[in-house]
Design a protein around this ligand. Structure first.
Ligand code: HEM
Length: 421
């Protein structure tokens, strides 16, 4: 079975879909609409049902240029479409909602555990986790590639990295999903655009799961202060050279950010990437014949899936882009998913090509101060999973329909029945 139609990876079909409607993404990324915007309206205005509207930036080079200019396009007023008042912004603030220099201070405090070199030292641990996950799933013969495999690995890895006890991993995956999947009824009863979530407005993602993660993080912080360990959390909470460790609120927000940002993004990249491989048997064959292409295949999977579809900025002054006047206070959305399929940057962007070179994709952002902190971790996790699945890859079949997440923010397949024949 091919899932290409479900993934809507060809820019055919409706060119006028509502890019804000989470239901639209259940059928696939509206690539035809993004292509129209790139070609005909690269700085386009969209009205919102429950917001004040926003500008969409859809071309690769424009996205990078605006992302780089953080003085004109600030993150401090929020990085998602959702409107937040000053109190909400303050309570839910992570480094993502900061500009330099405040952002730089926080980023420095946490980035040590995620550098390319440090992450290389985790590779053996990731491989052990990947084998354990596959040893549980493969003997079933038929299983859900998302729930049984891709959902397990990133959170177990993150749990290990953060020093959470193993028995809590399931709980953290579940709460992380409820928080970030806040527009999908499968993951939460408190669907933000369908129920009244006012009482959770000061919590990450306006979600009650955010409350639980906050409490969990507070317990962890208290414990590490009393019993320091050799883990990332202890390092974050320790005073730094300039004497300022993370505050409790900063730590709790960072913890929730890790669970949200480091978890389902990697999961959906793995699944979307594997589906792309299975949908393109010639590329799968090429990978099997030339294992040295694995890293390059991972990059193409990341470009192809571009799981975090957008981030928002807010204009701090009036500015003109492609003849359109963006006013001070306007919301401006950078559509990474569109930039990663921009014909001006990627020759034949709807061809899945594991030899693509160069492949300077936007899956982790580019140009600005917020480039993904977990990019090396995500790359190693996807690569290791691919390597460990290798002996099964040409026997892996998709045997049922893919179910996509209901979200205009994260693009992902949340269930995919597969069989190893
Ligand atoms: C394939 C998986 C992933 C994707 C597609 C992804 C995507 C992104 C994107 C697009 C950004 C924003 C870039 C910008 O605004 O310029 C970002 C930022 C971030 N990501 Fe990731 N991410 C992934 C995995 C991870 C992992 C594994 C972690 C942590 C363990 C992580 C933690 C973060 C953090 C903390 C930030 C904010 C950085 C800052 O504000 O300076 N991400 N990610």
């Amino acid at each position: 079975m091919t899932t290409a139609a479900l993934q809507a990876t060809q820019p055919t079909g409706d060119r006028w879909l509502d890019i804000t409607d989470p239901d639209v993404y259940r059928a696939g990324v509206p690539h035809a609409t993004f292509k129209r915007l790139r070609d005909e309206d690269p700085v386009s205005w969209t009205e919102e049902r429950d917001g004040r509207g926003f500008w969409s930036i859809t071309r690769y080079q424009d996205i990078i240029a605006l992302n780089r200019d953080f003085r004109t396009f600030t993150s401090e007023a929020g990085i998602r479409l959702e409107e937040m008042d000053a109190e909400e912004l303050e309570a839910r603030k992570t480094m993502m909602e900061m500009d330099p220099p405040e952002h730089t201070r926080l980023r420095r405090l946490v980035q040590g555990g995620f550098t390319r070199r440090t992450v290389q030292t985790y590779e053996d641990g990731i491989r052990t986790l990947a084998r354990a996950v596959l040893d549980e799933a493969l003997p079933k013969g038929r299983f859900d590639l998302v729930t049984d495999v891709a959902r397990q690995l990133p959170m177990r890895m993150l749990g290990r990295l953060l020093g959470a006890p193993e028995e809590d991993y399931g709980y953290l995956v579940d709460r992380g999903d409820a928080m970030i999947g806040n527009t999908d009824p499968e993951f939460t009863e408190h669907v933000v655009d369908q129920t009244d979530t006012a009482e959770f407005r000061l919590m990450p993602f306006r979600s009650p799961a955010g409350v639980e993660l906050f409490e969990y993080a507070q317990r962890m912080a208290d414990d590490r202060r009393e019993n320091p360990k050799d883990d990332v959390i202890t390092k974050m909470l320790a005073p730094t050279m300039d004497g300022e460790p993370l505050t409790d609120l900063e730590f709790k927000n960072f913890f929730a950010l890790m669970v949200a940002a480091g978890n389902d993004t990697t999961r959906y990249s793995m699944v979307g990437g594997l589906v792309a491989l299975l949908d393109h048997p010639d590329q799968l064959q090429l990978l099997l014949e030339r294992p040295e292409l694995t890293q390059s295949a991972v990059e193409e999977m990341l470009r192809w899936t571009s799981v975090t579809m957008h981030f928002r900025r807010t204009a701090t002054k009036e500015v003109e882009v492609h003849g359109r006047t963006i006013r001070e206070g306007d919301k401006v959305v950078l559509w990474w998913i569109s930039g990663d399929h921009d014909e001006r940057q990627f020759p034949d962007p709807f061809r899945f090509d594991i030899t693509r070179d160069p492949n300077e994709h936007l899956a982790f952002g580019r140009g600005g101060p917020h480039r993904c902190i977990g990019e090396w971790l995500a790359r190693v996790e996807i690569k290791v999973l691919l390597e460990e699945l290798r002996p099964q890859l040409d026997r892996l079949r998709i045997v049922g329909p893919a179910q996509r997440l209901r979200s205009n923010f994260i693009s992902g397949i949340k269930h995919l029945p597969v069989e190893v024949s």
